[in-house]
Design a protein around this ligand. Sequence first.
Ligand SMILES: Cc1cc2nc3c(=O)[nH]c(=O)nc-3n(C[C@H](O)[C@H](O)[C@H](O)COP(=O)(O)OP(=O)(O)OC[C@H]3O[C@@H](n4cnc5c(N)ncnc54)[C@H](O)[C@@H]3O)c2cc1C
Length: 382
Amino acid sequence: MDFRLSEEQEALRESVRDFAREVVAPAIAEHYEQHTFPYEIVRQMGKMGLFGLPFPEEHGGMGGDYFALCLALEELARVDSSVAITLEAAISLGAMPIYRFGSDEQKARWLPKLLSGEALAGFGLTEPGTGSDAGGTQTRAVLDGDEWVINGSKAFITNSGTDITALVTVTAVTGTKPDGSKELSTIIVPSGTPGFNVAPGYSKVGWTASDTHELTFDDCRVPAENLLGERGRGFAQFLRILDEGRIAIAALAVGLAQGCVDESIRYAKEREAFGQPIGAYQAIQFKIADMEMKAHTARLAYYDAAARMLAGEPFKRQAAIAKLHASTIAVDNAREATQIHGGYGFMNEYPVARFWRDSKILEIGEGTSEVQRMVIARDLGM
Ligand SMILES: Cc1cc2nc3c(=O)[nH]c(=O)nc-3n(C[C@H](O)[C@H](O)[C@H](O)COP(=O)(O)OP(=O)(O)OC[C@H]3O[C@@H](n4cnc5c(N)ncnc54)[C@H](O)[C@@H]3O)c2cc1C
């Protein structure tokens, strides 16, 4: 077993680290404060090929794998999570469903622009009345001739309302199965389709430079061929997408946790109290040692889940463990990093304040911590 990175993986990590420090760090605080979407940063990420990382070259991708995406997310989140979640959602929730389940025509139409970062896509699963219990979906799509007519609403959908959003894939009830349960299917809704309405962005606690909206569908008509994959496979499709996505969110959480270590070391060496740098006190050193331990073990957990996934082995439990552990320790590290910064840690101008505000959502998005425990327990036969 070897967890060391290859030369190519190290090179990717280095280039994303440099980009995060040189391009993201100087610009992001203002976007965060103003709640504006960082189009210029996203454009540059597109030029670097980040949006195409885990996709084959034939579709315009970079020919890498899902682990490469995780490495990039970790390095971005080490500096800023709004940018990292924009990339994570664009790939794992936006382009991946089309790549995994789309027809040749759908792939040819959408993937080149999504993989170049020229356009973004969202994934509309959560609804105002139901999140964890995704089987409770109320949005309906009815086939009328050669069109789907969609009615309903979706909540908290990332990347759904930017100037470059091209589409949202929406889960909807399309009928009733023979056993009486809901038939769920996934349908592509291009931006600008009449009846597809995007509400103004939410006012969020964290991830404030990322794009999140409530969406409503009022007799929204799209061609029948916009069905993604087979009718009735919606449930299986989003479970697969979420299992993978959890590894990516774990990587993002590890990045945030590691960023907390970076900032804490820097500050502890500079800040003096009682005649010496606070980093000279063992109480502070132990906090930082614990933070490093947590980031390291959470990293190993997501490496393991990614390795299993790429080997084609079952990875559901390991992805849930990685996401649960990484999000928990990200919150721990953000709390401790803020503590080490004292009053300055409560000031928005310090990166740790952003880390603190950005950490909590990691225990909620793409499956709450309770849902991860349910997944793990079920996989253990309970
Ligand atoms: C910034 C942001 C971005 C997001 N982006 C997207 C996106 O792009 N696409 C998308 O589809 N969704 C997105 N979401 C939605 C997110 O995935 C959901 O918020 C999350 O899955 C939880 O659903 P909920 O908010 O409805 O909470 P609920 O499901 O209502 O849960 C409320 C609480 O009850 C707990 N709970 C629920 N059921 C059980 C149970 N059986 N046992 C024990 N506890 C339980 C939950 O763990 C939680 O603590 C986003 C959310 C946010 C905040």
